[in-house]
Ligand binder design. Structure first.
Ligand SMILES: Cc1cc2nc3c(=O)[nH]c(=O)nc-3n(C[C@H](O)[C@H](O)[C@H](O)COP(=O)(O)OP(=O)(O)OC[C@H]3O[C@@H](n4cnc5c(N)ncnc54)[C@H](O)[C@@H]3O)c2cc1C
Ligand code: FES
Length: 284
């Protein structure tokens, strides 16, 4: 039998997993680690937009959807910030640098950084691991700083030890280049001198003017109360963007796992503008 010959460069298909290697692991919190992944030949596995996701797999163990937490302006590697909660994530939290993985994507839509967000004053609001997709946007905005107005980041977690990217926030984001960071934790802690309270209440206390453009990501309860608060503060629905997170399997609008009415979160989201959410049944 003659050997099969392939000619021309390989076709890039978001359904075909790319082989990658974990070449760096950073402990963010007791249950979140950031994994730095490069393609086997070096560089990123594929190009993405801020807010997009990918299916990360350890062959033989499992596959799950994760936000790409690094900025597309980084062409050397991709990062995924993963909370330990089940089979695949338990495994990931035990691997060492050098572990091979597969990555397929990028999936979903993205925050409109080069259109609707250009020239705007931006208000990022995140809770817990929800800062992962927003980190991609924040670092994209910081990289292209002159294209955007002032940047405010409101970020909260259960306790100080649960704030992800804490070192990066303190050494690279806070009070630099027109970026203001407002941190909060849910309950008092002896070593914490910052704000204490839930994110939606903190956003109200900070009393931002409604001419900012808000970008949200976090647990459903945080999203629900923050959205309600922003509307009371007179933010127009057309200037509030949020991500929705539903269980996913295929990532490409085929399996029906993630639909809300006629929309598939994996394909039509995960980023939705608040006015677009009015067209969805209240199932999220
Ligand atoms: C668009 C999108 C982006 C995501 N980004 C990230 C990210 O950046 N970092 C991160 O750590 N996780 C992220 N997730 C969640 C991640 O995909 C799940 O936690 C994943 O199922 C973990 O796989 P596992 O095999 O370890 O856990 P599993 O064994 O699949 O499940 C563990 C537990 O988590 C629950 N669960 C699984 N998926 C979800 C979900 N989507 N919503 C609520 N509960 C769920 C299960 O019911 C179970 O209780 C994202 C999910 C989506 C849909
Ligand atoms: S994950 Fe299969 S349709 Fe969205």
């Amino acid at each position: 039998m003659s050997a099969i010959r392939l000619s021309g460069p390989p076709v890039r298909d978001a359904l075909i997993p790319v082989l990658g290697v974990i070449d760096g692991i950073r402990e963010e919190t007791p249950d979140v680690r950031t994994f730095r992944v490069t393609a086997l030949g070096g560089g990123v596995c594929f190009v993405h937009e801020p807010g997009q996701c990918a299916m990360l797999s350890i062959p033989g163990v499992g596959e799950a959807m994760f936000s790409i937490s690094s900025s597309p302006t980084n062409s050397e590697f991709m990062e995924f910030s993963v909370k330990r909660c089940g089979r695949l994530t338990e495994w990931l939290h035990q691997v060492e640098p050098g572990q091979e993985v597969t990555v397929r994507g990028p999936y979903g839509n993205h925050f409109p950084v080069d259109t609707e967000l250009r020239g705007k004053n931006l208000l990022f609001i995140a809770g817990g691991i929800g800062l992962a997709p927003l980190r991609s946007v924040i670092n994209y905005v910081r990289h292209n700083r002159s294209r955007y107005g002032a940047v405010d980041i409101v970020y909260g977690a259960r306790g100080a030890a649960d704030l992800v990217f804490f070192n990066e926030i303190k050494t690279e984001w806070e009070d630099r280049d027109g970026v203001s960071v407002h941190l909060t934790i849910d309950r008092e802690e002896e070593s914490w001198s910052g704000h204490v309270g839930f994110v939606p209440d903190f956003v109200r206390e900070l009393d931002f003017p409604p001419d900012l453009t808000a970008l949200l990501c976090g647990p459903p309860v945080m999203i629900k109360f923050t959205l309600a608060g922003l509307l009371e503060m007179k933010f127009p629905k057309t200037r509030i963007y949020t991500t929705l997170e539903l269980r996913m399997k295929c990532g490409i609008g085929k399996c029906g796992r993630c639909n809300i009415g006629s929309k598939y979160v994996c394909r039509d989201g995960p980023v939705f503008r608040r006015d677009q959410m009015d067209e969805l049944p209240n199932e999220y």
